[in-house]
Design a protein around this ligand. Structure first.
Ligand code: DC
Length: 224
């Protein structure tokens, strides 16, 4: 915080842990910018699938990521001129995003793009490696977790609300598989930063989690 006056709140955690909802609400309350880093991986995956590229073509995918024509407007995400806010949320895209996210060149290509979201008066960044790799000096790091069952239920509700079909058993299996891939990759694996606050939201409402994060941030501000 001392070197860079623009504070970052890094919120990491596994898929469907509630980090997106919590991060967006914290950003709204504080009037901070918001980075949904997962959306960048999803956009790259969607773009690759549209171009019929192989999800193993590291060099080609990295080039795609480096030149990603993306734009965020409020809750809307655009790929070139197309509003893809809904299509990037499909499970197929999430799983493809997880696969390409294990490729070092793709992560490198998206790194600089993520740094550019840090702008006054502050940034709330959500993802897997916000506190460990992208913003290692963030004054507040939070690692959200929730049980696989709680997360499968949340993802089920999200998908149904968005008009996608979803099956609980399939979701639970896909979540576990995605966790294992995200946590075991050699580069920027899903894991809490050493100085992260851990928050298990299995039994919490989003409002309670937001209050907790805001409380931690108020304490950090007071200490500086
Ligand atoms: O948060 P999400 O479900 O939208 O992320 C989709 C995938 O992107 C996730 O399974 C792993 C990858 N990802 C990542 O590797 N690093 C990030 N900072 C964010 C997402």
């Amino acid at each position: 915080m001392l070197n860079n006056p623009t504070p970052v709140i890094a919120i990491d955690g596994p898929t469907a842990s509630g980090k997106g909802t919590v991060a967006q609400q914290v950003a709204r309350v504080l009037g901070f910018h918001y980075l949904d880093s997962g959306a960048l991986y999803r956009l790259t995956a969607l773009s690759a699938l549209k171009k019929h590229m192989s999800l193993a073509d590291e060099h080609g995918l990295a080039k795609l990521a480096a030149e990603l024509p993306c734009r965020f407007e409020g809750e809307h995400v655009f790929l070139a001129h197309e509003d893809v806010s809904l299509s990037i949320r499909a499970e197929e895209i999430g799983n493809a995003a997880s696969r390409i996210a294990s490729l070092p060149a793709v992560r490198q290509a998206l790194y600089g793009l993520q740094l550019r979201f840090r702008d006054a008066p502050g940034l709330v960044a959500d993802g897997r490696d916000m506190g460990t790799v992208v913003f290692p000096h963030a004054p507040l790091k939070v690692f959200l977790t929730a049980s696989v069952d709680a997360r499968a239920q949340r993802r089920h509700k999200q998908l149904i609300d968005k008009g996608f079909s979803a099956n609980m058993e399939d979701l639970r299996n896909a979540l576990s598989e995605r966790d294992a891939r995200d946590a075991n990759r050699p580069i920027a694996p899903l894991k809490p930063a050493e100085d992260a606050h851990l928050l298990d939201t299995s039994e919490m409402t989003a409002e309670q989690a937001v209050e907790q994060v805001l409380g931690w941030f108020a304490a950090v501000r007071k200490a500086h």
